[in-house]
Design a protein around this ligand. Structure first.
Ligand code: HEC
Ligand code: HEC
Length: 307
Protein backbone atom coordinates (compact mmCIF):
# COMPACT_ATOMS: atom_id res chain seq x y z
CA UNK A 1 0.00 0.00 0.00
CA UNK A 2 2.69 2.40 1.03
CA UNK A 3 4.40 2.08 -2.35
CA UNK A 4 1.48 3.57 -4.23
CA UNK A 5 0.60 6.18 -1.60
CA UNK A 6 -1.45 8.76 -3.51
CA UNK A 7 -0.64 11.39 -0.84
CA UNK A 8 3.15 11.39 -0.67
CA UNK A 9 4.92 13.81 1.66
CA UNK A 10 2.14 13.54 4.21
CA UNK A 11 2.44 11.77 7.63
CA UNK A 12 -0.24 9.24 6.87
CA UNK A 13 -0.03 5.63 7.99
CA UNK A 14 -0.96 4.23 4.61
CA UNK A 15 -4.45 3.26 5.76
CA UNK A 16 -7.23 4.53 3.50
CA UNK A 17 -10.96 4.29 3.49
CA UNK A 18 -13.34 5.40 0.80
CA UNK A 19 -10.40 6.46 -1.40
CA UNK A 20 -9.45 9.62 0.47
CA UNK A 21 -10.18 9.13 4.17
CA UNK A 22 -6.74 8.47 5.72
CA UNK A 23 -5.09 8.05 9.10
CA UNK A 24 -2.36 10.57 9.94
CA UNK A 25 0.45 10.31 12.48
CA UNK A 26 0.52 13.97 13.48
CA UNK A 27 1.31 14.50 17.18
CA UNK A 28 -1.64 15.77 19.30
CA UNK A 29 -1.72 19.54 19.87
CA UNK A 30 0.67 20.89 22.47
CA UNK A 31 -2.05 22.17 24.82
CA UNK A 32 -3.56 18.71 24.83
CA UNK A 33 -0.28 17.05 25.80
CA UNK A 34 0.30 19.57 28.57
CA UNK A 35 -3.15 18.88 29.99
CA UNK A 36 -2.56 15.15 29.69
CA UNK A 37 0.75 15.17 31.57
CA UNK A 38 -0.57 17.59 34.12
CA UNK A 39 -3.43 15.22 34.91
CA UNK A 40 -1.01 12.31 35.22
CA UNK A 41 1.15 14.37 37.60
CA UNK A 42 -1.95 15.36 39.58
CA UNK A 43 -2.94 11.73 39.88
CA UNK A 44 0.50 10.66 41.16
CA UNK A 45 0.62 13.55 43.61
CA UNK A 46 -2.89 12.74 44.81
CA UNK A 47 -1.94 9.10 45.40
CA UNK A 48 0.97 10.24 47.57
CA UNK A 49 -0.99 12.83 49.57
CA UNK A 50 -4.44 11.26 50.00
CA UNK A 51 -5.91 7.83 50.78
CA UNK A 52 -6.08 5.94 47.51
CA UNK A 53 -4.88 2.39 46.88
CA UNK A 54 -6.63 -0.63 48.31
CA UNK A 55 -4.01 -2.54 50.34
CA UNK A 56 -3.15 -6.13 49.41
CA UNK A 57 -4.67 -8.62 51.84
CA UNK A 58 -2.32 -8.96 54.82
CA UNK A 59 -0.56 -5.65 54.03
CA UNK A 60 -2.85 -3.22 55.83
CA UNK A 61 -1.32 0.09 56.82
CA UNK A 62 -2.24 1.05 60.40
CA UNK A 63 -5.08 -1.44 60.18
CA UNK A 64 -6.55 0.41 57.19
CA UNK A 65 -7.33 -1.39 53.99
CA UNK A 66 -5.94 1.37 51.81
CA UNK A 67 -2.88 3.58 51.56
CA UNK A 68 -3.52 6.45 53.97
CA UNK A 69 -1.57 9.19 52.10
CA UNK A 70 1.08 11.32 53.81
CA UNK A 71 -1.32 14.17 54.75
CA UNK A 72 -3.33 11.86 56.99
CA UNK A 73 -6.56 13.40 55.68
CA UNK A 74 -9.81 11.48 56.14
CA UNK A 75 -13.38 12.58 55.50
CA UNK A 76 -14.31 11.63 59.09
CA UNK A 77 -11.59 13.96 60.46
CA UNK A 78 -12.84 16.79 58.26
CA UNK A 79 -16.42 16.19 59.43
CA UNK A 80 -15.36 16.17 63.09
CA UNK A 81 -13.49 19.44 62.62
CA UNK A 82 -16.66 20.98 61.19
CA UNK A 83 -18.72 19.76 64.13
CA UNK A 84 -16.13 21.15 66.57
CA UNK A 85 -16.33 24.56 64.92
CA UNK A 86 -20.13 24.60 65.18
CA UNK A 87 -19.98 23.45 68.81
CA UNK A 88 -17.48 26.14 69.70
CA UNK A 89 -19.90 28.78 68.42
CA UNK A 90 -22.80 27.14 70.24
CA UNK A 91 -20.83 26.83 73.48
CA UNK A 92 -20.33 30.61 73.48
CA UNK A 93 -24.06 31.23 73.19
CA UNK A 94 -24.95 28.50 75.67
CA UNK A 95 -22.58 29.97 78.25
CA UNK A 96 -24.20 33.39 77.88
CA UNK A 97 -27.69 31.92 78.12
CA UNK A 98 -26.82 29.98 81.27
CA UNK A 99 -26.04 33.24 83.05
CA UNK A 100 -29.11 35.14 81.90
CA UNK A 101 -32.78 35.19 82.76
CA UNK A 102 -35.46 34.55 80.15
CA UNK A 103 -36.34 38.30 80.27
CA UNK A 104 -32.75 39.24 79.44
CA UNK A 105 -32.57 36.79 76.56
CA UNK A 106 -35.69 38.29 74.97
CA UNK A 107 -34.07 41.72 75.08
CA UNK A 108 -30.94 40.58 73.22
CA UNK A 109 -31.82 40.20 69.52
CA UNK A 110 -28.84 37.94 68.71
CA UNK A 111 -29.40 35.60 71.63
CA UNK A 112 -33.14 35.61 71.05
CA UNK A 113 -32.63 34.49 67.47
CA UNK A 114 -30.24 31.73 68.55
CA UNK A 115 -32.60 30.64 71.32
CA UNK A 116 -35.60 30.47 69.00
CA UNK A 117 -33.67 28.46 66.41
CA UNK A 118 -32.34 25.96 68.97
CA UNK A 119 -35.63 25.58 70.80
CA UNK A 120 -37.48 24.87 67.61
CA UNK A 121 -35.59 21.56 67.54
CA UNK A 122 -36.17 20.97 71.27
CA UNK A 123 -39.85 21.72 70.81
CA UNK A 124 -40.04 19.27 67.92
CA UNK A 125 -38.41 16.54 70.03
CA UNK A 126 -40.29 17.02 73.29
CA UNK A 127 -43.47 19.00 72.78
CA UNK A 128 -44.75 18.79 69.21
CA UNK A 129 -46.24 15.31 69.59
CA UNK A 130 -48.89 16.82 71.87
CA UNK A 131 -48.93 20.54 71.05
CA UNK A 132 -48.35 20.37 67.28
CA UNK A 133 -45.16 21.38 65.49
CA UNK A 134 -45.87 25.12 65.62
CA UNK A 135 -47.66 24.97 68.99
CA UNK A 136 -50.99 25.11 67.13
CA UNK A 137 -52.45 22.42 69.40
CA UNK A 138 -54.04 19.04 68.75
CA UNK A 139 -57.41 17.63 69.80
CA UNK A 140 -57.14 17.37 73.60
CA UNK A 141 -53.95 19.45 73.80
CA UNK A 142 -53.98 23.20 74.24
CA UNK A 143 -52.82 25.67 71.61
CA UNK A 144 -49.65 27.46 72.72
CA UNK A 145 -49.48 29.85 69.78
CA UNK A 146 -52.23 32.19 70.94
CA UNK A 147 -52.73 34.49 73.92
CA UNK A 148 -55.39 32.34 75.54
CA UNK A 149 -53.79 30.69 78.56
CA UNK A 150 -55.07 28.18 81.08
CA UNK A 151 -52.30 28.84 83.59
CA UNK A 152 -50.94 32.17 82.41
CA UNK A 153 -48.56 33.20 79.63
CA UNK A 154 -45.95 35.11 81.61
CA UNK A 155 -42.40 33.76 81.51
CA UNK A 156 -42.72 32.62 85.13
CA UNK A 157 -45.97 30.72 84.50
CA UNK A 158 -44.67 29.07 81.32
CA UNK A 159 -41.51 27.96 83.15
CA UNK A 160 -43.72 26.52 85.88
CA UNK A 161 -45.88 24.65 83.33
CA UNK A 162 -42.85 23.07 81.64
CA UNK A 163 -40.92 22.32 84.84
CA UNK A 164 -43.67 20.81 86.98
CA UNK A 165 -46.18 19.72 84.36
CA UNK A 166 -49.89 20.48 84.62
CA UNK A 167 -52.96 18.47 85.40
CA UNK A 168 -56.16 20.49 85.47
CA UNK A 169 -59.01 18.96 87.41
CA UNK A 170 -62.72 19.53 87.00
CA UNK A 171 -65.37 17.77 89.02
CA UNK A 172 -67.67 15.33 87.20
CA UNK A 173 -71.22 16.66 87.65
CA UNK A 174 -73.04 13.53 86.52
CA UNK A 175 -74.24 12.83 90.09
CA UNK A 176 -74.30 16.46 91.26
CA UNK A 177 -76.49 18.23 88.72
CA UNK A 178 -79.80 17.33 87.13
CA UNK A 179 -80.02 16.77 83.37
CA UNK A 180 -81.87 20.07 83.06
CA UNK A 181 -79.12 21.94 84.91
CA UNK A 182 -76.37 20.37 82.80
CA UNK A 183 -78.36 21.26 79.69
CA UNK A 184 -78.77 24.87 80.81
CA UNK A 185 -75.07 25.28 81.67
CA UNK A 186 -73.92 23.66 78.41
CA UNK A 187 -76.19 26.04 76.47
CA UNK A 188 -74.86 28.93 78.53
CA UNK A 189 -71.24 28.06 77.68
CA UNK A 190 -71.97 27.29 74.01
CA UNK A 191 -73.89 30.58 73.71
CA UNK A 192 -71.02 32.61 75.19
CA UNK A 193 -68.59 31.07 72.69
CA UNK A 194 -70.71 32.75 70.01
CA UNK A 195 -70.87 36.15 71.63
CA UNK A 196 -73.80 35.52 73.97
CA UNK A 197 -73.74 37.05 77.45
CA UNK A 198 -75.87 34.49 79.35
CA UNK A 199 -79.08 35.23 81.27
CA UNK A 200 -79.31 36.18 84.92
CA UNK A 201 -80.59 32.66 85.66
CA UNK A 202 -77.53 31.17 83.88
CA UNK A 203 -75.13 33.19 85.99
CA UNK A 204 -77.06 32.34 89.15
CA UNK A 205 -76.73 28.63 88.38
CA UNK A 206 -73.05 29.05 87.46
CA UNK A 207 -72.44 30.65 90.86
CA UNK A 208 -74.69 28.33 92.87
CA UNK A 209 -73.18 25.14 91.50
CA UNK A 210 -69.61 26.10 92.24
CA UNK A 211 -68.40 26.65 88.65
CA UNK A 212 -67.34 30.10 89.79
CA UNK A 213 -64.79 28.64 92.22
CA UNK A 214 -62.55 27.47 89.39
CA UNK A 215 -63.71 29.41 86.32
CA UNK A 216 -63.77 32.73 88.17
CA UNK A 217 -66.47 35.37 88.67
CA UNK A 218 -66.48 36.32 84.97
CA UNK A 219 -66.14 32.71 83.72
CA UNK A 220 -62.89 33.73 82.02
CA UNK A 221 -60.85 31.15 83.94
CA UNK A 222 -59.27 33.95 85.96
CA UNK A 223 -60.02 33.70 89.66
CA UNK A 224 -58.19 36.87 90.59
CA UNK A 225 -55.76 39.36 89.08
CA UNK A 226 -52.82 40.39 91.26
CA UNK A 227 -51.60 44.00 91.43
CA UNK A 228 -48.47 43.01 89.42
CA UNK A 229 -50.67 41.80 86.56
CA UNK A 230 -50.21 38.07 87.21
CA UNK A 231 -53.35 36.00 87.12
CA UNK A 232 -54.48 33.37 89.62
CA UNK A 233 -55.94 30.30 87.94
CA UNK A 234 -56.39 26.59 88.51
CA UNK A 235 -56.12 25.98 84.78
CA UNK A 236 -59.86 26.26 84.19
CA UNK A 237 -60.74 27.20 80.63
CA UNK A 238 -62.07 30.59 79.61
CA UNK A 239 -65.75 29.87 78.95
CA UNK A 240 -66.51 33.24 77.36
CA UNK A 241 -64.33 33.07 74.27
CA UNK A 242 -64.64 31.08 71.06
CA UNK A 243 -61.55 28.96 71.77
CA UNK A 244 -62.44 25.45 72.87
CA UNK A 245 -60.09 23.51 75.10
CA UNK A 246 -61.77 20.24 74.14
CA UNK A 247 -62.76 19.79 70.56
CA UNK A 248 -64.99 19.88 68.64
CA UNK A 249 -66.47 22.44 71.03
CA UNK A 250 -70.06 23.59 71.10
CA UNK A 251 -73.04 22.35 73.11
CA UNK A 252 -72.31 18.59 73.05
CA UNK A 253 -68.66 19.10 73.87
CA UNK A 254 -69.46 21.39 76.81
CA UNK A 255 -72.12 18.97 78.03
CA UNK A 256 -69.61 16.11 77.99
CA UNK A 257 -67.04 18.10 79.98
CA UNK A 258 -69.61 19.27 82.54
CA UNK A 259 -71.00 15.76 82.97
CA UNK A 260 -67.76 13.79 83.24
CA UNK A 261 -65.27 16.44 84.34
CA UNK A 262 -61.54 16.51 83.64
CA UNK A 263 -58.93 14.08 84.96
CA UNK A 264 -61.42 12.40 87.30
CA UNK A 265 -60.18 9.01 88.49
CA UNK A 266 -62.80 6.29 88.22
CA UNK A 267 -64.90 8.24 85.69
CA UNK A 268 -64.54 6.32 82.44
CA UNK A 269 -65.56 9.16 80.12
CA UNK A 270 -63.68 11.94 81.87
CA UNK A 271 -61.52 14.28 79.76
CA UNK A 272 -57.83 13.50 80.05
CA UNK A 273 -55.47 16.44 80.23
CA UNK A 274 -52.03 15.72 81.57
CA UNK A 275 -48.92 17.69 80.78
CA UNK A 276 -45.84 15.74 81.98
CA UNK A 277 -43.17 17.33 84.16
CA UNK A 278 -39.91 18.05 82.34
CA UNK A 279 -37.77 18.83 85.38
CA UNK A 280 -34.70 16.63 85.48
CA UNK A 281 -35.22 15.60 89.07
CA UNK A 282 -38.93 15.42 88.57
CA UNK A 283 -41.02 12.48 87.60
CA UNK A 284 -40.05 9.69 85.22
CA UNK A 285 -40.62 11.76 82.09
CA UNK A 286 -38.25 14.46 83.33
CA UNK A 287 -35.43 15.07 80.86
CA UNK A 288 -34.70 18.73 80.23
CA UNK A 289 -31.92 20.80 81.79
CA UNK A 290 -32.80 24.16 83.37
CA UNK A 291 -31.14 25.85 80.35
CA UNK A 292 -33.31 23.91 77.93
CA UNK A 293 -36.44 24.79 79.92
CA UNK A 294 -35.38 28.43 79.88
CA UNK A 295 -34.96 28.35 76.11
CA UNK A 296 -38.30 26.62 75.60
CA UNK A 297 -39.96 29.17 77.87
CA UNK A 298 -38.68 31.94 75.62
CA UNK A 299 -39.82 30.01 72.55
CA UNK A 300 -43.36 29.39 73.85
CA UNK A 301 -43.58 32.97 75.09
CA UNK A 302 -42.69 34.27 71.63
CA UNK A 303 -45.33 31.98 70.09
CA UNK A 304 -48.09 33.34 72.26
CA UNK A 305 -46.89 35.60 75.00
CA UNK A 306 -48.92 37.96 77.13
CA UNK A 307 -50.74 37.05 80.30
C1 HEC B 1 -48.01 14.18 76.66
C2 HEC B 1 -48.49 15.39 76.03
C3 HEC B 1 -47.72 16.68 76.29
C4 HEC B 1 -46.40 16.93 76.07
C5 HEC B 1 -45.33 15.99 75.57
C6 HEC B 1 -46.20 18.33 76.38
N1 HEC B 1 -47.38 18.87 76.80
FE1 HEC B 1 -47.64 20.79 77.38
N2 HEC B 1 -49.55 20.35 77.91
C7 HEC B 1 -50.18 19.16 77.71
C8 HEC B 1 -51.54 19.23 78.23
C9 HEC B 1 -52.58 18.13 78.20
C10 HEC B 1 -51.68 20.53 78.78
C11 HEC B 1 -52.91 21.09 79.47
C12 HEC B 1 -52.89 20.64 80.88
C13 HEC B 1 -54.20 20.94 81.55
O1 HEC B 1 -55.19 21.14 80.85
O2 HEC B 1 -54.22 20.98 82.78
C14 HEC B 1 -50.41 21.21 78.53
C15 HEC B 1 -50.16 22.50 78.94
C16 HEC B 1 -49.01 23.22 78.61
C17 HEC B 1 -48.77 24.60 78.93
C18 HEC B 1 -49.75 25.51 79.64
C19 HEC B 1 -50.64 26.14 78.63
C20 HEC B 1 -51.58 27.17 79.19
O3 HEC B 1 -52.52 27.50 78.46
O4 HEC B 1 -51.36 27.66 80.30
C21 HEC B 1 -47.54 24.94 78.43
C22 HEC B 1 -46.86 26.28 78.50
C23 HEC B 1 -47.00 23.75 77.82
N3 HEC B 1 -47.92 22.72 77.95
C24 HEC B 1 -45.77 23.68 77.21
C25 HEC B 1 -45.18 22.50 76.80
C26 HEC B 1 -43.83 22.38 76.35
C27 HEC B 1 -42.87 23.55 76.16
C28 HEC B 1 -43.61 21.07 76.10
C29 HEC B 1 -42.31 20.41 75.66
C30 HEC B 1 -41.21 20.54 76.56
C31 HEC B 1 -44.83 20.36 76.38
N4 HEC B 1 -45.77 21.25 76.81
C32 HEC B 1 -45.00 18.99 76.25
C33 HEC B 1 -49.66 18.05 77.11
C34 HEC B 1 -48.32 17.89 76.77
C1 HEC C 1 -62.52 22.12 90.44
C2 HEC C 1 -62.46 23.17 89.45
C3 HEC C 1 -63.57 23.25 88.44
C4 HEC C 1 -64.91 23.32 88.65
C5 HEC C 1 -65.64 23.32 89.98
C6 HEC C 1 -65.54 23.45 87.35
N1 HEC C 1 -64.62 23.42 86.38
FE1 HEC C 1 -64.96 23.47 84.39
N2 HEC C 1 -63.00 23.22 84.05
C7 HEC C 1 -62.02 23.18 85.00
C8 HEC C 1 -60.75 23.01 84.38
C9 HEC C 1 -59.42 22.93 85.11
C10 HEC C 1 -60.99 22.95 83.00
C11 HEC C 1 -59.97 22.85 81.89
C12 HEC C 1 -59.33 21.53 81.98
C13 HEC C 1 -58.02 21.48 81.25
O1 HEC C 1 -57.85 22.14 80.27
O2 HEC C 1 -57.20 20.74 81.76
C14 HEC C 1 -62.41 23.07 82.82
C15 HEC C 1 -63.06 23.01 81.60
C16 HEC C 1 -64.40 23.24 81.42
C17 HEC C 1 -65.09 23.20 80.16
C18 HEC C 1 -64.45 22.91 78.82
C19 HEC C 1 -64.22 24.18 78.06
C20 HEC C 1 -63.63 23.99 76.70
O3 HEC C 1 -63.16 25.00 76.17
O4 HEC C 1 -63.62 22.89 76.17
C21 HEC C 1 -66.37 23.52 80.40
C22 HEC C 1 -67.48 23.64 79.37
C23 HEC C 1 -66.52 23.73 81.81
N3 HEC C 1 -65.31 23.54 82.42
C24 HEC C 1 -67.67 24.10 82.43
C25 HEC C 1 -67.85 24.06 83.80
C26 HEC C 1 -69.11 24.29 84.45
C27 HEC C 1 -70.41 24.69 83.76
C28 HEC C 1 -68.91 24.13 85.79
C29 HEC C 1 -69.90 24.20 86.91
C30 HEC C 1 -70.92 23.18 86.86
C31 HEC C 1 -67.51 23.82 85.95
N4 HEC C 1 -66.90 23.78 84.73
C32 HEC C 1 -66.91 23.55 87.17
C33 HEC C 1 -62.17 23.28 86.37
C34 HEC C 1 -63.39 23.31 86.99
Amino acid sequence: MAENNPYPGENNTGHFWDDNLRELTNPPPRWWMIAFWASVAWWVLYAILYPMWPALPGHNVDGKEFTPGILGWTSIKEYKKGVEQVEAVRAQYDKQIAGMTAEQIIQDPGLLQYTLASSKVLFGDHCAACHGSGGQGNPGYPVLADDDWLYGGTLAKITESITNGRKGAMTAHVNILSDAEIDQLANFVAGMSQGGKGSEADWALFNAKGCVACHGPKATGVIAELPNGEIVTVGAANLTDSIWRFRPGGYESAKHTITYGVNQPGVAQTRNAVMPSFAQQGKLEGRLTPEQIKMLTVYVHELGGGK
